[in-house]
Ligand binder design. Structure first.
Ligand SMILES: C[S@@+](CC[C@H](N)C(=O)[O-])C[C@H]1O[C@@H](n2cnc3c(N)ncnc32)[C@H](O)[C@@H]1O
Length: 433
């Protein structure tokens, strides 16, 4: 890593400094190097640490979520940033967010002990590489003036905040749900005493701020979505000008926007529920004003449990949608697309791939990892995906699926899995059976 950075005339970033993006953050070979180092370091810790201490650290793991949510809600990283690089005393943070300074000190010390924030001198905290990503996109004053819009432009902060809100408030019902899954749709539904799916519940009065936060989280999607992912599983000659690409459950269409910019001669349809499509109108107006008026991009209200109105599209794609649904619902969604498809249509799913923690001889992309690391590289490889899997279970009884599970889901709905391109989001390309 150091030599790769020095080749670009850069020092390897210090944990003490705020995060500054560089092109090397996107370099695939370096990402693999990082994963191996993290996998090895985590395994080394698990190996040498007293197992008692390991469990003492893991069992109260909820405090990580709770403290991150608290600092996000009370704008701590934002306040520290506005205070300057030298850091701020908890008294000064308290003056701005009204939280007792001794509570702040204890929360920030818990996090600094885990490398989120740095305690520069006693009770003085600065942002470091990790905590700097908790900073939202607006000034603290603007946040206080319009709290509902607090997470606009800050997708990662939105993700952190919603993990500490709906997910944390639901997860204490995890074990009862798993033991009696017939009693409710998901732990979320028991916790919030609702039969509604989380999206529909967001639309209820009083939840406007949650709906807005969710949209903010989704708006970051396109930035983290390199368009070449889209073509990675499709033959170069498979798409022609004016071919129709449907972004099913596309939210505001941040992924379709990235694709539209990369492949402007295709036609796009972004489909979602009403509120998302209303937001999509504003999003496209701000980012590609001609796209909708020229007819290249159509924003369409569509419930994917009803027949798909766009027939014979070249591509139907769903990004992080199928993992929201249990198998019986996922099958309905894919069957509706199959009914609308032409023989040449492709279905592309972008989702995290569940990878066994041991070796998987049946995988179409077998990966040899250095002995004695875990088959999925542990938290270095599958940390986020395994966490997301349980988050989907908690919120929706959804799931991240293995390659075999995707193949089977396709097979029973009339789609053949042609290729799998692994990555932080895997690309699964299906053709019509
Ligand atoms: C996790 S988000 C993914 C959004 C988008 N694909 C992206 O990657 O940015 C799931 C989306 O599914 C949409 N959704 C949920 N139920 C739906 C339904 N019945 N019909 C259409 N869209 C739905 C939600 O509104 C939400 O925008």
């Amino acid at each position: 890593l150091e030599s790769a950075y020095s080749k670009d005339g850069l020092a390897f970033p210090s944990l003490d400094d705020p995060f500054r993006p560089t092109p090397l953050d996107q370099d695939a070979a370096l990402a693999e190097t990082r994963r191996l180092i993290v996998a090895a370091a985590a395994q080394l810790i698990a190996t040498v640490r007293s197992p008692v201490e390991v469990l003492q650290e893991y069992a109260p793991g909820m405090y990580m979520t709770a403290t991150l949510g608290f600092v996000e809600e009370t704008n701590v990283a934002d306040i520290i940033k506005e205070g300057g690089a030298q850091g701020l005393h908890v008294k000064a943070i308290s003056l701005r967010n009204g939280v007792d300074e001794s509570y702040l000190a204890r929360v920030l010390r818990f996090l600094a002990t885990r490398h989120v924030f740095k305690e520069v001198t006693p009770n003085v905290f600065s942002n470091n590489r990790i905590s700097s990503l908790l900073v939202k996109a607006k000034s603290v004053q603007a946040i206080n003036e319009d709290p509902v819009a607090k997470y606009d432009g800050a997708p990662l902060a939105s993700f952190v905040a919603s993990s500490a809100d709906v997910a944390l408030k639901s997860v204490h019902l995890f074990s009862p749900f798993l033991q009696n899954p017939g009693n409710a749709a998901a732990p979320f539904n028991i916790a919030f005493k609702t039969e509604a799916k989380m999206w529909d519940w967001y639309e209820e009065p009083g939840n406007e701020w949650r709906a807005r936060r969710f949209t903010a989280a989704m708006k970051g999607g396109g930035d983290r979505f390199p368009p070449q992912l889209f073509t990675s599983g499709i033959r170069g000659d498979a798409l022609s000008p004016d071919d129709v690409v449907v972004d099913v459950g596309g939210s505001i269409g941040s992924v379709a926007l990235a694709l539209y910019k990369a492949f402007p001669n295709l036609r796009y349809v972004v489909q979602d529920l009403g509120k998302q499509i209303d937001e999509a109108g504003k999003f496209w107006e701000a980012n590609a004003p001609d796209a909708v008026s020229s007819g290249r991009v159509l924003l369409q209200v569509h419930d994917f449990f009803t027949p798909q109105p766009v027939k014979n599209a070249a591509v139907y794609f769903l990004r992080v949608v199928i993992h929201d649904w249990p198998d019986h619902d996922a099958k309905k969604i894919l069957s509706n697309l199959r009914d609308a498809a032409a023989p040449s249509s492709k279905l592309i799913l972008f989702d995290s791939l569940a990878v066994y923690s041991c070796e998987d001889p049946s995988s179409s992309v077998p990966k040899k990892v250095p002995y004695p690391l875990l088959g999925n590289l542990g938290i270095g490889g599958a940390g986020f995906a395994t966490g997301l899997d349980l988050q989907m279970l908690t919120l929706f009884n959804g799931k991240e699926r293995t390659e075999d599970e995707f193949r089977e889901l396709g097979r029973v709905t009339g789609w053949k899995l042609d290729s799998v391109t692994p990555g932080p989001l895997a690309t699964m390309v299906f053709s019509v059976i």
